[in-house]
Design a protein around this ligand. Structure first.
Ligand SMILES: Nc1ncnc2c1ncn2[C@@H]1O[C@H](COP(=O)(O)OP(=O)(O)OP(=O)(O)O)[C@@H](O)[C@H]1O
Length: 850
């Protein structure tokens, strides 16, 4: 045997990469040619093999060679050979890690274990808690790499399948049985297989997609790759199992492995044009990997035991052939937005935009799109509009206020002037001639308190202006004081013009200037008054019925009554009115002065008539006469000006109606300001409500995502559990089947014996003898049968329990999936107000989970 397989050590292979440092990096291999990485792993002798005192038939000679113990000339070289003490993690680092890293960069990868039964394939690929296999190590590595690559986003989807008797079954979806293998531009795939998006290392990976973080531009490609981690069935099953289901199973396994061998053989043969990938499900699935479109790492597991010498030798030869397959690993890229990542990125960006827009609108008032936002826009516009109007009104009010202050200032000056003028009059002469003139509170409010005590004696038509510091000379009753203090409301509202003479005394008749003359007049006297003479009174009918309340009437004969505002004269604007009022006041004062001078003149002439007319009296009379003339000239000038102003004010009559609302501005302004304040308050409230609800939505979103992750983990774990259970059930069924067949064969043999016993009396004695001889044997058989039946019943019971467990698991899984779908639905509803519509959602998520 040994000589049959003896062959010379093959020529040294192209120098295999030694150690990790020699492994090609993903970027390097994009253009470089590679071979399938082939390694051989020895397992230690099992305890059974040790008990049988099995000898070592094959051993690892160095790091790259396997050599026969029986003949040192038989040896094969590989990329790497691992001895029985090498840990799986070390193997992973050397021959699996670079495949996984390639997959993370968009290069397909396949890692599979190949070897005879019990050679250590499952130990290598799955491992256990103490020694994790390639699959869990790859999963861990993938998640570590994702964490170490912050500038890319990854999407991992996992599917889990078995090829059993050339039938592909989905192990994540019990309904996914006998699935078809199909091909498209991206390679071979299993139609309808369930792919789960995985978010944690508890899941297994098949597909890995990635793209740079954030929204990649349209030109930026999304890379995708497929990582196949395969645990093949033992390759020598046909030899050990020759009957029934096992035979069929074994033949299929061998068909797969045989086809795999053939495919590998043909791939290394340059002359071959046809490669029978389609001859088995396994080779069909591995087509894209084996035909050079990805990295392949083949780990051949072997036992060193001499009893498996031939099988190990076959494995070694298969591995050696595989080493010659050339591959050219290239990166897969998708240039359009078909991949899920791209879709997710777009969606996330869209949502981010909406969020930013919402934030902008809240803080800066940028335009928004939905109804609520439109409302905000409407209110904001209204607010701005109101603000503009308010500003305009404020300006108007400011102007009005300035005008009013100007007027007050003028009036104040006038009052002061008038007061001083009053000081020029002789209180002794006129203290008993007091008339009350009521003043408006409005006007008074703008004046210092002491200036408010201006009054008019209603009986004598006298205007009284008390002077600070000389109040004791002003004899007024408390009632009169009260009246005086009422203010200036009717400062210009003389209700009654009484008869009486003008008594105004001046000591300086030279001054033509009104103010100056009054000032000059004020000097000698402590209190002044104006007495309006009777001849300048307005007719009673005018005063009582027709004269408006704010109409001023002056009591001076030289003031033409025609020039006075008469019947039906409307209100005049304050400005014009003020001007006219001032002129009239000047006129009034001058008239008073004239009247005073006339009185003085009268007294002087009386004195001169009574006594001798001396020179001084003559002089005084002359001065007073001159002053009277001068004042009359001034009065004439004032009359012209008043007349002119009055006619102007009449001409402006139409405009007055427009001016009127102007007076109401402060009130309206206050109202509007209040309204706007209320609106602003409402808007602020609204904004804070929106912000709060948004925060709540965000946190709810986050919570749902976390719950979703948990549920996904549970679903995945349940799937795995289910798979384990189904494997157990399958095994039990097979065991059951075997026991049933054994039981049936036992019964048949018993029946045959019974039949033989009834065939003829002539054989009766012989049978009796036979029975006696075999009684013990029969009992033993019967006992065995009973034991088998008991075992069968126990198995049935166990099977029933397992079925119940499976059902429960299925229900649990279904429940979890429903929960998951519900959560996605809730998530979608939360996203919906920000622009994600239900159709999009259904298309993205429900389709994935269906
Ligand atoms: N490298 C190893 N170190 C220690 N024990 C190992 C090693 N390889 C395999 N074994 C042990 O050998 C036994 C058989 O291994 P395993 O089940 O992995 O073989 P297999 O090739 O998957 O078999 P099958 O084809 O029947 O599934 C197991 O008990 C396993 O723990």
């Amino acid at each position: 045997m040994a000589s049959r397989h003896r062959r010379a050590l093959p020529p040294p292979p192209p120098p295999p990469w030694v150690g990790k440092a020699a492994l090609p990096e993903a970027d390097e291999v994009e253009a470089a040619k590679e071979s399938v990485t082939v390694t051989v792993r020895f397992r230690p002798l099992s305890s059974r093999e040790v008990r049988r005192a099995e000898k070592i038939a094959w051993f690892a000679d160095g790091e790259t060679t396997v050599r026969s113990e029986h003949n040192s000339n038989i040896g094969y070289a590989y990329d790497r050979v691992f001895g029985p003490t090498t840990a799986t993690c070390h193997i992973y680092d050397d021959v699996a890690q670079y495949v996984v890293s390639g997959a993370m960069k968009g290069i397909n990868g396949t890692i599979f274990a190949y070897g005879v039964t019990s050679s250590g394939k499952t130990h290598t690929m799955h491992g256990d808690q103490k020694s994790p296999g390639v699959i869990p190590l790859a999963v861990k590595d993938i998640f570590n790499r994702i964490q170490e690559t912050p500038n890319r986003e990854f999407l991992l989807r996992v599917s889990y399948l078995e090829i059993y008797n050339e039938v592909v079954n989905d192990l994540l979806n019990p309904a996914g049985q006998n699935l078809r293998i199909r091909e498209d531009l991206q390679g071979t795939f299993v139609e309808g297989i369930k792919e789960e998006v995985v978010l944690s290392p508890v899941h297994l990976e098949k597909t890995i997609e990635s793209s740079p973080c954030g929204q990649s531009n349209e030109e930026e490609a999304v890379t995708f790759s497929q990582l196949n981690l395969i645990d093949l069935a033992g390759s020598e099953s046909l030899k050990v199992e020759t009957t029934g289901v096992r035979q069929k199973e074994g033949s299929y396994i061998n068909k797969s492995l045989l086809t795999l061998g053939t495919v590998i053989s043909k791939l290394t043969d340059d002359k071959t044009t046809h490669i029978p990938f389609r001859d088995s499900k396994l080779t069909r699935l591995l087509k894209s990997s084996l035909s050079g479109q990805g990295r392949v790492s083949l780990i051949c597991t072997v036992t060193p035991a001499s009893s498996n010498f031939e099988e190990t030798h076959n494995t070694l030869k298969f591995a050696h052939r595989a080493k010659h397959i050339e591959i050219q690993a290239t990166q897969n890229k998708i240039m359009d937005a078909r991949s899920l990542i791209k879709k997710y990125q777009n969606e996330i960006c869209q949502l981010k935009d909406e969020l930013a827009q919402l934030r902008r609108s809240i803080f800066t008032g940028a335009p928004l799109e939905d109804t609520t936002q439109k409302n905000i826009i409407f209110w904001k516009e209204k607010l701005e509009d109101g603000n503009v109007k308010l500003q305009y009104r404020l300006e108007q009010e400011e102007a009005a206020k300035a005008a009013l202050l100007e007027k007050i200032e003028r009036l104040t000056k006038l009052i002061l002037v008038s007061t001083k003028a009053g000081q020029t009059t002789k209180s002794s002469q006129h203290s008993g001639l007091r008339r009350r003139h009521s003043f408006g509170e409005e006007e008074l409010s703008y004046l210092p308190y002491e200036k408010r005590d201006i009054s008019m004696d209603n009986e004598n038509n006298m205007l009284f202006i008390p002077i600070k510091g000389v109040g004791d000379t002003f004899e007024s009753s408390p009632k009169e004081e009260m009246k005086n203090r009422k203010g200036l409301l009717n400062w210009l509202k003389l209700l009654k013009c009484d008869s009486g003479s003008t008594n105004l005394k001046s000591s300086d008749g030279e001054n033509l200037d009104f103010t100056k003359s009054l000032t000059a007049l004020s000097t000698p006297l402590g209190i002044g008054f104006l007495n309006v003479p009777s001849e300048q009174r307005m007719p009673d009918h005018m005063l009582a019925e027709n004269v408006p309340a704010n109409l001023l009437c002056f009591g001076h004969g030289e003031f033409p009554s025609a020039s006075l505002p008469a019947h039906g004269i409307p209100l005049v604007s304050r400005k014009t009115s003020d001007h006219v009022d001032l002129l009239r006041e000047q006129f009034n004062i001058l008239s008073g002065e004239v009247a005073l001078h006339q009185n003085v003149l009268k007294r002087l002439s009386e004195e001169s008539r009574k006594g001798a007319m001396n020179e001084q009296v003559e002089m005084e009379m002359k001065v007073v006469n001159d002053e009277i003339k001068l004042n009359k000239q001034k009065i004439a000038s004032l009359e012209r000006r008043i007349s002119h102003s009055t006619s102007n004010s009449r001409g402006k009559q139409d405009n007055l109606e427009l001016t009127l609302p102007y007076i109401q501005i402060p009130e309206q302004h206050n109202e509007k300001a209040f309204e706007l304040e209320v609106e602003i308050g409402e808007l602020k409230q609204r904004v804070s409500e929106l912000t709060e609800s948004k925060t709540q939505l965000d946190s709810r979103n986050q919570k749902l995502l976390e719950e979703n992750r948990c549920v996904e983990g549970l679903v995945s774990a349940t799937g795995v559990e289910l798979k384990a259970l189904s494997i157990k059930v399958t095994k039990l069924m097979k065991q059951n089947e075997r026991l049933s067949s054994e039981l049936a064969s036992g019964r048949n043999s018993t029946q045959r014996r019974v039949n033989h016993g009834t065939r003829g009396a002539r054989r009766e004695s012989h049978i009796k003898r036979y029975e006696a001889a075999n009684k013990g044997d029969m009992n033993a058989r019967s006992g065995r049968e009973q034991a088998l039946e008991a075992m069968l019943m126990e198995k049935d019971q166990r099977q029933a329990e397992l079925h119940t467990k499976i059902e429960e698991s299925k229900q649990k899984e279904a429940f979890l999936e429903r929960e998951l779908v519900n959560m996605w639905a809730v998530l979608a509803n939360l996203k919906k107000p920000r622009g994600t519509d239900q159709e999009d959602f259904d298309a993205k998520y429900n389709g994935s989970w269906a």
